[in-house]
Design a protein around this ligand. Structure first.
Ligand code: ADP
Ligand code: MG
Length: 616
């Protein structure tokens, strides 16, 4: 007797996209099924460490592909872990990964969405690209009963009990009319060779073994082609063909403890990259036996975009995940792996800055998390990190910055802003620009967290240019706009105005001061030295509901024509008041701060425009 079940909505959505997309690479369905079969064998081998009886009389783990040209069926079988009735229903009727589910929920039709799917792979459901009916029979290792799952890939699936003599899973595809090529032995062999050669289990097509049968990472580097690395990357990452490895690292560590690593940095950004809880994509093997994936402590969170395999020769096989996480041997491996990856990134950054730029623009914000929480790697991370700055379109390293420091400059200056464009327009930059002093742009959220902890780099302090007194270094102005004497004169003239502004804006700002950092703008906002940066305050307010008690400081440019005009207005003049508020709001807008009273701002602005027009 068979029961009918509905697919979860997102599965229906995925199947709809998969079956209707004009997809040229549909041969990858076989890669997906073989890859699942290999996973099932891996899991059985692992389970058999603790329970050897699971292997029963059938210890030779393998994958078989067979076809029947008459019946137009293609079957992929494995003698792996198998699935229970519940597992069939859960694994093949729902999508478990929350990120994938959310991504699917917001997805429409078309090429762009197909690309998005490429990021997480369609897995088992790829079978419906070539089949109009799929039958899955499975017997769980250690169980006697077997179950059958069957679906036409439309609205749901049927579950029924059945007889199966052997352990594991058999997936039978009833091929569509236009999929006859997958009934040709040579074609099937070619696909297996192309995508699955690296799999460490025997794969047979019509009874004949077609793959090398040894794990790719154990083979010598010189025997592995770029194509093979790429296919292996697709296998471990589940990514589709459009994503290629940006960096491939394959090495064997010998000595106190031995392990082999084959790691990849992806070219495309995973959709859930910025979620710090996202597990990394590195699988841990012990002597070719798959143990677990995404183990905490093996790869630091700031490298969570890594994919691949680490295979240890020394870890004990029967060890729980919890024990692994706190194992000193795993910690040592982790630190060696991290160093190796950072070495490679540093080399890329130095030798191929163009390529590194591509990487950094996607993964830089994540790597910088290490500056905040990976003390042991901080020195190396400082060598890898790159920043936008006032000096040009290309990224600069901290060493590069120090190399271009002006004579008499002691500190590393930075400006915190939402994005490089906003940073460029900051009035606080003016005096630095005028003196030709480079300012780094800190535009990632994480910058607000690591900078306060990182006192200095190579003895140079990090100084925010929007916090505290300007403390401009004694560097001669490049444009020589002004002489010191004239500067002092204008400052003295502005003192009475300063007092009046303090009075007018006393509820709005903490203080009004004369600016050292402004050249072309009349005013700007800064944070007091003792406070966190303005942008950090905004961030805390948003993320932690933190209410900044401290008000900002308004700096005015005594040499600016608007300020000079204001000096001549009398104390009780409405125009002085309106102008003061207008300037404050203007500074807020540039800072990305919300206006307290937009209606008032508009009223004052219109009035000013009107006056200007009438005067002109
Ligand atoms: P993924 O492999 O990324 O988990 P798939 O869509 O390829 O996603 O497969 C879904 C799930 O179905 C797998 O995680 C696994 O639990 C189960 N599964 C698929 N094929 C097999 C198989 N041959 N043997 C055992 N379980 C399988
Ligand atoms: Mg899969």
């Amino acid at each position: 007797m068979s029961e009918q079940h509905q697919f979860q909505a997102e599965v229906g959505r995925l199947l709809d996209i998969v079956t209707h997309a004009l997809y040229t690479d549909r041969e990858i369905f076989l890669r997906e099924l073989v890859s699942n079969a290999a996973d099932a064998l891996d899991r059985l081998r692992y389970a058999a460490i603790a329970a050897p009886q699971l292997l029963e009389s059938d210890p030779d783990l393998k994958i078989s592909i067979a076809f029947d040209a008459q019946a137009r069926t293609l079957a992929v079988s494995d003698n792996g872990i198998g699935m229970t009735r519940e597992e069939l229903a859960n694994n093949l009727g729902t999508i478990a990964k929350s990120g994938t589910r959310e991504a699917l929920a917001g997805m429409g039709d078309g090429k762009k969405d197909m690309n998005l799917i490429g990021q997480f792979g369609v897995g088992f459901y790829a079978a419906f690209m070539v089949a109009d009916k799929v039958t899955v029979s499975s017997r769980k290792a250690g169980a006697q009963e077997a179950w059958q799952w069957e679906s036409d890939g439309k609205s749901g699936y049927a579950l029924a009990e059945r007889v199966k003599d052997t352990r594991g899973t058999e997936i039978t595809l009833h091929l569509k009319d236009d999929a006859s090529e997958f009934l040709l032995e040579d074609r099937l062999k070619q696909i297996v060779k192309k995508y699955s050669d690296h799999i460490g289990f025997t794969i047979a097509v019509s009874g004949v073994t077609v793959n090398a049968g040894s794990a790719l990472w154990m083979r010598p580097k010189s025997d592995i082609t770029k194509e093979q690395y790429k296919e292996f990357y697709h296998h471990v990452s589940g990514a589709m063909q459009i994503d290629e490895p940006w960096l491939t690292l394959h090495w064997r560590a010998e000595g106190a403890f031995e392990y082999t690593s084959l790691l990849f940095v992806p070219q495309m950004k995973p959709f859930d990259l910025y979620d710090p809880r996202r597990p990394h994509g590195v699988k841990l093997y012990v002597k070719r036996v798959f143990i677990t994936e995404g183990l905490d402590g093996l790869i630091p969170p700031f490298l969570r975009f890594l994919k691949g395999v680490v295979d240890s020769e020394d870890l004990p096989l029967n060890i729980s995940r919890e024990m692994l996480q706190s194992s000193p041997m795993v910690a040592k491996m982790s630190s060696a792996i991290t160093k190796k990856v950072l070495d490679a990134l540093q080399e890329k950054a130095e030798k191929h800055p163009g390529e590194f730029f591509e990487f950094w623009s996607l993964f830089g914000p994540v790597v910088k998390e290490g500056l905040y929480d990976a003390h042991a790697h901080r020195a190396q991370l400082c060598k890898v990190a790159r920043f936008y700055s006032t000096h040009g379109e290309t990224l600069v390293s901290l060493d590069g910055y120090i190399g271009r420091m002006k004579e008499g400059q002691e500190h590393i200056y930075y400006l915190s802003a939402n994005d490089p464009q906003a940073a460029k327009n900051s009035p606080q930059l003016e005096a630095f620009r005028d003196k030709g002093i480079e300012v780094l742009f800190m535009t990632d959220t994480i910058d607000e967290f690591w900078l306060p902890m990182q006192n200095d780099y190579e003895g140079r302090k990090f100084k925010s240019i929007t916090r505290g007194a300007a403390e401009l270094p004694k560097v001669k102005s490049e444009s020589k706009k002004e002489e010191d004497a004239e500067r002092e004169k204008s400052a003295a003239a502005a003192t009475p105005l300063l007092e009046r502004l303090k009075e007018i804006l006393k509820d709005e700002v903490r203080d009004v001061t004369l600016s050292e950092r402004l050249v072309d703008s009349p005013v700007c906002l800064v944070a007091p030295e003792s406070d966190v940066d303005i942008r950090m305050q905004r961030l805390l307010k948003r993320t932690q509901d933190y209410d900044a008690k401290h008000k900002h400081i308004l700096e005015i440019n005594a040499r600016h024509p608007v300020i000079r005009k204001m000096e001549r207005l009398s104390a009780n003049d409405e125009l002085l008041k309106d102008t003061a508020f207008l300037l404050l709001d203007q500074a807020k807008i540039l800072e990305g701060e919300p206006l307290k009273n937009p209606t008032e701002f508009v009223r004052r602005m219109s009035q000013a425009i009107e006056k200007g027009l009438l005067a002109g």
